[in-house]
Write a protein that binds this ligand. Structure first.
Ligand code: ZN
Length: 159
């Protein structure tokens, strides 16, 4: 990463960790997933409100931990809100590729999330950056093949 990008990365990270977007709870009707990353002490509660056809109607989070985990969650919620199930799944896969593989041309759809690419070089940090996304993946799993009415909203944590 060149120094200009590095600087932008730091700014965006700081901005999102200081003023997280979509911070809060949705409550009734939302799927809640708890995720944690014991090696760093990061925690997150992700609320996802799925609409018709699995569309991401709303997504919010609360949590605590390092700047990377919280900024990644904040940026993720901005990107996922309003997306169809297919688009959201695609974004999850793209982001995962971005920080775990050597991606030459990050997809434009990722927007500012592309700045997180540098995390790839630090394996412990990959877990921080992926925390919110793993929680979202779990939320997707829970509503798989179910009607919204049957969705369990219990906050169990399998890990
Ligand atoms: Zn962390």
């Amino acid at each position: 990463m060149n120094s200009e990008l590095e600087e932008l990365y730091q700014q965006v990270l700081l901005d999102h960790s200081k003023r997280p977007r979509n911070y809060g709870e949705i409550g009734e009707g939302a799927v809640r997933v708890h995720g944690d990353n014991p090696s760093c002490g990061d925690e997150i509660n992700l609320d996802v409100q799925f609409g018709e056809g699995g569309k991401v109607d709303d997504v919010k989070f609360t949590g605590q931990g390092c700047a990377i985990s919280q900024a990644s969650a904040s940026m993720m919620t901005m990107k996922l809100k309003g997306k169809s199930r297919e688009e959201a799944t695609e974004m999850l896969r793209s982001f995962q590729d971005l920080i775990m593989k050597d991606v030459a041309e990050p997809p434009r759809m990722l927007g500012d999330l592309r700045l997180m690419q540098g995390v790839r070089k630090f394996p412990q940090r990959v877990k921080c950056a992926m925390l919110a996304w793993r929680a979202f993946e779990e939320a997707l799993e829970r509503v798989k093949g179910k009607g919204q009415a049957e969705v369990s909203t219990e906050a169990d944590d399998p890990s």
